[in-house]
Design a protein around this ligand. Structure first.
Ligand code: ADE
Length: 232
């Protein structure tokens, strides 16, 4: 039976999904509220993990251990690292990488966590397809691409850092949780996908409008995730 764990870092990334839950049951663990229930007849657990990679990993592992989720979807906003991705557009993860891991001194690739044997954690092909299908059916005017998510415990807001991440990782967006959720899903053998709406250009531009873009982008993304559930 399918049970989908849905993780957002911030309340605005999960509030509309929580509002759609039928027969919600809340379990508190590690300072997080795991909201189990059904959306569109599918069993889900919706949770706000908090910001950053440690919170995200903890949350994903709890979803695996306590809730036996069969799939994990990470929804939220991200900064664009690709000129073809503008504010409001959607990035569906092909894979995810840690942009703030550097053990190159011991001959690991930049971003590679030692001894895992993988640098980019691949997202699940079926979940990617479900997201693509959903956009073309329910929001055909939405611009999206399937690409690489780069994650780190940093809000990217300068061209210098942005360009370094692009050069090192050929990534399409930057955020602060996806790769740790991906690593956890990979280690537990659970299929995952990251769906992110672009809220900024990761270069400090249009900073004053960020809260507005962030709110709209997060809502956008949550709608897509809810629509996607019936395709899983
Ligand atoms: N989330 C949204 N925009 C971001 C950025 N520029 N860097 C990191 N996380 C983000």
């Amino acid at each position: 039976m399918v049970k989908v764990g849905i993780i957002g870092a911030m309340e605005l990334e999960v509030s509309s999904l929580k509002g759609q839950l039928k027969d919600p049951v809340v379990t508190k663990k590690a300072g997080m509220e795991f909201n189990a229930g059904r959306i569109g007849g599918i069993d889900v657990v919706v949770v706000r993990c908090g910001i950053g990679k440690v919170n995200a990993s903890l949350c994903a592992q709890i979803l695996c251990d306590l809730f036996d989720v069969t799939h994990i979807i990470n929804t939220g906003v991200a900064g664009s690292l690709n000129n073809d991705l503008n504010i409001g557009d959607i990035l569906i993860s092909k894979d995810a990488v840690h942009h703030d891991v550097d053990v190159t001194i011991f001959n690991y690739k930049i971003g590679e966590v030692p001894q895992l044997g993988v640098r980019e954690f691949p997202a699940d092909a079926h979940l990617i397809e479900a997201a693509e299908k959903c956009i073309s059916q329910t929001q055909p005017d939405l611009n999206f691409r399937v690409g690489r998510v780069a994650s780190g415990d940093q809000f990217i807001s300068s061209s210098e850092v942005k360009n370094r991440i692009i050069t090192n990782f050929e990534a399409d967006c930057a955020e602060m949780e996806g790769a740790s959720i991906a690593q956890c899903a990979y280690l537990n053998g659970v299929p995952f996908v990251i769906i992110r709406a672009i809220s900024d250009k990761a270069d400090g531009s249009a900073e004053e409008d960020y809260p507005t873009f962030e709110k709209a982008a997060a809502r956008h993304c949550a709608k897509l995730v809810a629509d996607m559930l019936k395709e899983i």
